[in-house]
Design a protein around this ligand. Structure first.
Ligand SMILES: Cc1ncc(COP(=O)(O)O)c(C=O)c1O
Length: 385
């Protein structure tokens, strides 16, 4: 193909390998879609109603770059309650999704030749944002053991040099379900303070946990002025993936800068959707707990049945809603995933989509009714045994 005369780093962006599988099966009758990170449930009615009411009363104008004041206040109240410490609304900004928050933050931090240390295997999008900014993502991979995933902090710190702008940590992690504890968060924060780095904490799965109310957060250990940016989303806990609503919590000093980045990317998040988000935060706690019980039932099924397949090695995740399992003898997870889709009608994500460290594995999103998960496991048997 002749050159499009666009930036090389954009022309060379890889396509999503999850979508490559999904394209083969999306919408096909009988396919159980477990490739994307989303629930099979639509957004709860009370959230949809709040957005619809806002639309009806004419909430159709631009909002401040940072979001409607009512939503910023609702986020601050929610976060202060969840983390048992005051988090002021001047520290939060509404974004058009977790994805947009990550892009805006990395546009702000990363220039050509800079690098970002990323704990992997991880959902690929953050690394691609770094590449779009002509930076270098440096993966430091978790080690898989019988007790689950483990991060060697020395390796993470060794990956940082004079051109490192940030350490990017996604916990609870997609695809691993790994959850970082406060002790490691404290150590990373100390390192970041000493070295003048930012910590970008992707905590979009903070509420998808099983034995607690919320995952350990950098907000537990950081002071308000610390160089920590926490990314959150409405997508997972309230089943709002299609709404494209998220938020960031930052030091006050960064607020004005990020507001400008919202201006130049999206101006502001969709106005009536923000009113739905307020309902999610103010009335959504019962739903969050109900969804968690439903996910726990699906997780229990997966934990019981996946290890019974002879070729599968699997440790149940601490958090999030993914089973990320190794398949003995599967060297090419993309080809494996396509074959499994053709043979069983179950749509999974290939481990290679999450970097080299994910090769040989498959990811199943089990945020589905337990009956559906059971059926998927029934069907997978012949391909994995
Ligand atoms: C780790 C992680 N971060 C961020 C996101 C972005 O979520 P959204 O853009 O829907 O808010 C996702 C979505 O799958 C994710 O898995």
């Amino acid at each position: 193909m002749t050159s499009l005369n666009i930036r090389r780093s954009i022309e060379e962006l890889p396509g999503s390998r999850i979508r490559e599988v999904a394209r083969l099966g999306m919408g096909k009758p009988g396919v159980i879609p477990m490739w994307f990170g989303e629930s099979d449930l639509p957004t709860p009615a009370f959230i949809r109603d709040a957005a619809a009411a806002a639309l009806q009363r004419g909430e159709t104008f631009y909002t401040p770059n940072t979001g409607v004041p009512e939503l910023r206040a609702a986020i601050a109240t929610y976060m202060s309650r969840l983390y048992r410490r005051p988090i002021g609304e001047e520290r939060v900004m509404v974004t058009a999704s977790g994805m947009s928050a990550i892009m805006i933050v990395l546009q702000t931090l990363v220039g050509a030749g800079d690098n970002v240390a990323i704990v992997g295997p991880m959902w690929p999008n953050a690394a691609e944002c770094v590449r779009i900014m002509k930076g270098e993502p440096r993966f430091v991979t978790l080690e898989a053991g019988n007790e689950g995933w483990r991060l060697d902090l020395d390796r993470l710190f060794d990956a940082c040099d004079a051109r490192t702008r940030a350490i990017f940590v996604n916990s609870p992690g997609n695809p691993t379900g790994w959850m970082m504890g406060n002790e490691q968060q404290r150590a990373i924060l100390d390192f970041a303070r000493a070295r003048g780095l930012w910590v970008v904490a992707d905590e979009v799965y903070a509420r998808i946990v099983y034995d607690r109310d919320v995952a350990p957060s950098f907000l537990d250990v950081a002071e308000p002025e610390d160089p920590v940016i926490v990314v959150n989303s409405f997508s997972k806990a309230w089943c709002m993936t299609g709404w494209r609503m998220g938020w960031v919590t930052t030091p006050v000093a960064l607020g004005e800068i990020l507001a400008k980045m919202n201006e130049f990317n999206i101006a502001g998040p969709t106005t009536f959707a923000q009113w739905g988000a307020i309902a999610a935060l103010e009335q959504g706690e019962d739903f969050v707990l109900w969804q968690r019980r439903r996910l726990a039932a699906s997780r229990a099924l997966v934990a019981e049945r996946l290890p019974r397949f002879r070729r599968v090695r699997f440790t149940p995740p601490d958090a999030a809603f993914y089973a990320f399992f190794e398949v003995e003898g599967m060297a090419d997870s993309l080809a494996g995933c396509k074959r499994i889709l053709a043979e069983t009608g179950v749509g999974l994500a290939p481990g290679i989509a999450f970097g080299e460290a994910g090769e040989g594995r498959l990811r199943m999103c089990y945020a589905q009714a337990p009956e559906k998960v059971a059926e998927a496991l029934d069907r997978l048997g012949p391909s994995l045994d």
